[in-house]
Ligand binder design. Sequence first.
Ligand code: DC
Length: 226
Amino acid sequence: MSKTVSIAIDGPAGAGKSTIAKALAGELGYYYVDTGAIYRTVAYFLDLLGISPKDTDGVERYIDELTVAIEYDEDGKQHMIMNGMDVTDEIRTQDISQKASLVSAHKVVRDMLLDMQRDVARHNNVIMDGRDIGTVVLPKATVKIFLTASAEVRAQRRTDELIAKGQKANYSQILKEIQLRDHQDSTRPIAPLKQAKDAVLVDTSALDIDGVIAEIKRIVGEKIGL
Ligand code: DC
């Protein structure tokens, strides 16, 4: 088997994983795999059918009717395909964030998505971000990073981001949502959000984007000799 390089970046919602992973993947010429988008696609599908993300029977009954695929466009942007339909933009709502967190706790959902994620890394050099990449999906990843920041800093960044886009943002509401998602993602019994023993912890609370990218590049560079 040819040897591929895999960089696992895990951490809570809003830690900046996707921004960092995307920038680094562009520089290294690796595929960027946003695994949260896959869970979001499942959540969106069940939502369209009116199935509650907490309804285990409903999730188990309808999950077989879903086909999820990842495609990349010529700019390297990841697209999520749900039963042949591109839902990349539709899955980016606050409502789907919350539902994806609940849906991702079901064993049937995690089992269904595991091979798909591993397959991408088997054939390509990847930077994969999520919650359980270093612990479950790619336990032998070449580099593992656990990216975090305080809930308050993450909520403030998200608030600023929305305001910059001209959208409404309520800091305390956003903070509550982040804390709820942290709790759900880290306390579920299967593949919870947690730092792998061999992951390097990077706390971004006091760093700006360029600072974080520099730090991650240093960590990756040490491992793979950039
Ligand atoms: O990274 P994100 O915010 O797009 O993820 C949405 C939800 O999907 C997250 O709250 C938990 C779930 N998720 C997961 O359980 N495992 C992953 N590897 C990625 C995301």
